[in-house]
Ligand binder design. Sequence first.
Ligand code: AMP
Length: 599
Amino acid sequence: MAVDSALSSPLGPPACEKDAKALQFIEEMTRNADSVQERVLAEILSRNSQTEYLRRFKLNGATDRDTFKSKLPVITYEDLQPEIQRIANGDRSAILSAHPISEFLTSSGTSAGERKLMPTIKEELDRRQLLYSLLMPVMNLYVPGLDKGKGLYFLFVKSETRTPGGLLARPVLTSYYKSEHFKTRPYDPYNVYTSPNEAILCPDSFQSMYTQMLCGLQERQQVLRVGAVFASGLLRAIRFLQLNWQQLTQDIETGSLNQKITDPSLRECMSKTLKPNPELAEFVRQECSKDNWDGIITRIWPNTKYLDVIVTGAMAQYIPTLDYYSGGLPLACTMYASSECYFGLNLNPMSKPSEVSYTIMPNMAYFEFLPHEPNSPAGFTRESPPKLVDLVDVEVGKEYELVITTYAGLCRYRVGDILRVTGFHNSAPQFHFVRRKNVLLSIDSDKTDEAELQKAVDNASQLLREFNTSVVEYTSYADTKTIPGHYVIYWELLVKDSANSPTDEVLNKCCLAMEESLNSVYRQGRVADNSIGPLEIRVVKNGTFEELMDYAISRGASINQYKVPRCVNFTPIMELLDSRVVSKHFSPALPHWTPERRR
Ligand code: AMP
C-alpha cells in the first residue's frame, strides 16, 4: 500500500499508515527523550504525592528531578518488602500508588526463594500494549510481506494464585494474554497467529503446546515467522515435536483430535479447523522420522523468514542450537521488558544477536542509571549516595545498572540489569544487555545466584554425613546441550572411610536435595513447565580442583587472590573437569513445587 509521503519516517518507509503513526511516535519520543522523562517524573510524583511512601520522604508536592533525587533513596526489592507484604495482606490504602493496585506480577527474580511480587495498576496494561504495538511497524521496515502469512508463536499462560488479601499474583505475560487487550485485539494482517486464543490460554501446558503445534503444522505453508518469548521456549517446542510427532501426524491424517486433549474449549475450537490431510501427515512423518533434525524448522515451515525469540543475556547460550534447527535463520530480538516495567525495543531487529541494542522508550517510566564499576563494592550507604545519571546523559561505552521509577509506585528501584550504552537514536540511548547481576546459573527463566547454590550444596551434603564424607570443593555448569537443559554440579569429595563411601543411591538423593533447596522458579521449571531437566552431580577425582587452580595460575591468575569459580563454561576447564569425572548422578524424582508461595 502506498503511504502518504508526509508520514514517512527517518527509520525507513512505513508499510502502511498505521505503521507510519507508530514510527512517528518513536521519533517523537526519542527526539524529545529528556522532556518526556521530565514530564513522566512530574506525572508520577504529582499523582502519587499523597501516597504513604512519597510523604515519608517529605517531597511536599515537589515534582522536579533535583528534589526527587536529593530526597528519595535508591532501593532494592528487599527495602520494599514491608510495603509489598502489607499490600499482599489486603491493605488497600495508598501505600505506593494513588491508583489501586490491580494485581501482583510475579517476577522470575526471587527473594528468599520465592518470586518477587511486583505491584501493578490497570493502566500499565495500556503502556505495555503501546510498546507491543510498535514492534511490527519496526519489523515491517526490515522484512516485507509479513501481511501475506502468519506467525507460529508458542505462547503460554502459567498458574496464578491469590495473596492473603485476595490480589491475583501471576506472571506478566499471563496477565497480558488473559487481558481483553490481547483476547479481543483487532485484526491486524501483519500480526496473525496460527495459535488460537483457546490454545494460548489453556492452563495445561501439554494440551496448550500440542494444539499450538498442531495448528502450526496444519498451516505450515502460511508460516512466515516462528517464535516464542525466550530461545529456551522455542527449543522446548522442537523437543515436543520430537516426542509427539507420531500422535500429531495421526491427528492430521485422520482429522480427529488426540484423546489427551480434554479441554472442551480446545476440542471445540480444533473441530472447526482439523480436517483429514493424509498428504500433510505423510510429509511431516517423513521429515520427523529422519535421524537428522538439522534445519527441521525450515524443512517443516519453508517460508519462515526469521525466528522471533530473545537470545540476548542468558539466552545467548542457545544460539548454536537454534542455528542448527533453523539452518541459520536470522534471530530477531524485538524487545526488552520485565515484570516491573516494559523498557524498550530493538530498532534494528535483524541485527546479529551480539550486536543487539535496545532503545529505552522514555514514555514508559522514569529511568536513571547507576554507573557500574565491576570492581567496586556492590553496596553503597546512605551517607555516600551514588551519583545516578539521567537517560539522555549516559555515555557511549559505559556500563550502568538500570534504576526505575514507575507509574505503579516503584521509586528509584534497582532492576538488577547491567546495560552498556552502544549509541543513540536521536537523543534516546541504545543499550546492549550485558547481564543480570548475581546470576550464576540459568536454563529457562530461572536465575540461581551463588548464595542459593552454596545453600543447596550445604543442604545436600548433610546426606553425606553418615558416610563421614564432605564436599571439599564444587563448581557448576548450565548444560544446554540437552533439551531441556539441566544444572551440572561438579563435586570433589573427601571420603574419610573408603569402606563406607556414599552409595550411588545417596548421591542421587543429593541431587534431589539440591533441587529441593533451589528457588521456586527453578522448581516450577522442573515440575510444571518441564523446561529444566534433572540436576546432575558429577563427582571428580581428588585433586581436580587443585589442577583447576594450577591451570588458572598458569594463565595469569594470582595465587593469593585465586577463588574457585562457582560456575564454569570455558571449554578447556570443562574438558579438564570432565576428564576427571569418576561418577555421574541424576535427580531421581521431581522436587516439591506448588503454585502457592511458601511464605
Ligand atoms: P521478569 O521480571 O521475570 O519478567 O524478568 C525480567 C528480566 O528478564 C529482565 O530484568 C532481564 O534481566 C531479562 N530480560 C528481559 N528481556 C530481555 C532481553 N531482551 N534480553 C536479555 N534479557 C532480558
